[in-house]
Design a protein around this ligand. Structure first.
Ligand code: G6P
Length: 454
């Protein structure tokens, strides 16, 4: 393999520290970094800070090319069109998307800025790999600027059914933008099928669910479920430091209590409210058991400038208060809630502690938390309750699958998860672990890069 890779993503894989930069943890960077470090390459993205665009520099063996976003771009391109229009629309419109031209024009302008940076970074023979819903126009723009390079696009979130995409005033522009790539990849088969149907409906032309014609080119469609660095999670889970932290947490929470865990960005798509309601239902049905179980919910702050996120935070925190108010005792609160992020070791200690992991999104592109939990269960104990509307449910078939629209049903499954016969628990977890061991993020990256190259 000899091609350099230029990744184009909304965010650089970095955050600022007091005296420089550090790599922010994330599946994508851990998967792509080894390829770039070996063959060379660049990463085009935003630092996360308004007006912050230092000249290109090398960090961790990767050329970093910051793209400037002004405060107005953050308001209109990032919080507006990306997260107020496209994000809710692509997640089954579970919150009403807003359609504004004064968000759309900045989306076009910022996509052009990313494409220009990428065009500058690309040398002849390089591959461009564009990521996610914030940058759907980049492949088309880049194709016009650099017809000589191969371009791939990966969508991390779901691609919606045609009836939902139809609402978007700029549906044709987005579809044409994506078809500027040589390969357009989705998390699941469903996403690929939805995209193909939408392109044939709104753009006409020829194609199937595996390829589409675009002028004189053929665009390949693929599904490639993203994954995690499974070995890294497993080895951290087995480390001494994590073991000590698990023991300390157990002492704090009560050694005999079963632990149910939720870990999510605080996002209305994640169904944090559903699982709390289900837990409340379970405690109402089994009051005598309120002392035997504890629910830990970690909610990582996200997109706080979008109204629906602030509203969801209020709702979740109201539910936590209500459940503890109804079922708590002086010596025991059934829900422990934390609004903030955990460092990686602490997070893995939480995973190890959890008897039941609860992942209940209304719609999710993949959901890596589900895979991370599975990777950190060396003894094959623990149960995964997983929404059938997460991309991960296509692979993690031995999870206890739930419909998050059915709160009573989630409560039933939660109860079942807490009382799984040990033989069944082990058999399910063993099968789940095998799946994430075989399909890790390196395999995912390699399959995407190979597809873009050919
Ligand atoms: C999802 C998206 C990513 C995004 C991440 C964090 O996983 O698919 O593109 O980077 O959420 O969201 P943020 O808005 O903070 O970048």
């Amino acid at each position: 393999m000899t091609n350099r890779i230029v990744v184009v993503a909304n965010r650089l894989p970095l955050r600022r520290t007091e005296d420089g930069w550090e790599t922010s943890p994330g599946g994508l960077v851990s998967a792509v970094a080894p390829f770039i470090q070996e063959q060379g390459g660049s990463w085009v993205g935003w630092t996360g800070v308004p007006d912050d665009a230092p000249p290109p520099f090398v960090h961790d063996g990767i050329e970093q090319r910051p793209v400037r976003l002004t405060q107005a771009d953050i308001d209109d391109f990032y919080l507006g069109c990306s997260n107020g229009t496209i994000w809710p629309l692509y997640h089954d419109a579970i919150r009403p998307p807003e359609f504004h031209r004064h968000w759309w024009y900045p989306y076009v302008a910022v996509n052009r800025r990313f494409a220009e940076q990428a065009a500058e970074a690309l040398r002849p023979g390089d591959l461009a790999w564009v990521h996610d819903y914030q940058l759907q126009l980049v492949p088309g723009m880049l194709r016009r600027m650099r017809p000589d390079v191969r371009i791939g696009f990966f969508l991390h979130i779901p691609f919606p059914p045609v009836e939902i995409l139809a609402r978007l005033p700029w549906r044709r522009e987005l579809l044409e933008g994506l078809l500027g790539a040589d390969v357009v990849a989705f998390q699941t088969r469903l996403g690929r099928h939805n995209f193909s149907r939408a392109a044939l409906r709104f753009l006409g032309g020829e194609g199937t669910t595996r390829w589409l014609g675009a002028g004189d080119r053929t665009v390949r469609l693929m599904s490639a479920p993203i994954s995690i660095d499974t070995r890294r999670y497993a080895s951290l889970a087995a480390s001494h430091g994590v073991g000590e932290r698990v023991a300390a947490l157990r002492d704090e929470l009560g050694t005999d209590r079963k632990v149910v865990l939720g870990v999510d960005r605080l996002d209305y798509t994640k169904g944090i409210d559903v699982r709390l309601r289900a837990f409340d239902t379970l405690l109402q049905r089994h009051r005598e058991q309120a002392d035997d179980v504890v629910f830990l919910q970690v909610a990582v702050p996200s997109r706080e400038g979008v109204g629906d996120y602030a509203a969801m935070r209020e709702e979740v925190e109201g539910l936590v208060g209500r459940i503890n108010g109804s079922h708590g005792e002086l010596h025991h609160m059934p829900v422990h809630y934390r609004y903030g992020s955990l460092d990686p070791e602490e997070l893995i200690a939480y995973y190890r502690l959890a008897d039941v992991m609860c992942v209940t999104p209304f719609r999710d592109g993949m959901n890596l938390v589900a895979k991370e939990y599975v990777a950190t269960r060396p003894g094959n104990s623990g149960a995964l309750v997983l929404s059938e509307f997460a991309g991960a449910a296509q692979e993690l078939r031995q999870a206890l699958l739930v419909n998050p629209y059915d709160v009573d049903g989630v409560a039933d499954v939660l109860w079942r998860a807490l009382h799984l016969p040990p033989g069944e628990e082990r058999a399910r977890m063993q099968a789940l672990r095998r799946q994430v061991q075989r399909h890790d993020v390196f395999r995912w990256a390699l399959s995407c890069i190979e597809a873009i190259r050919h």
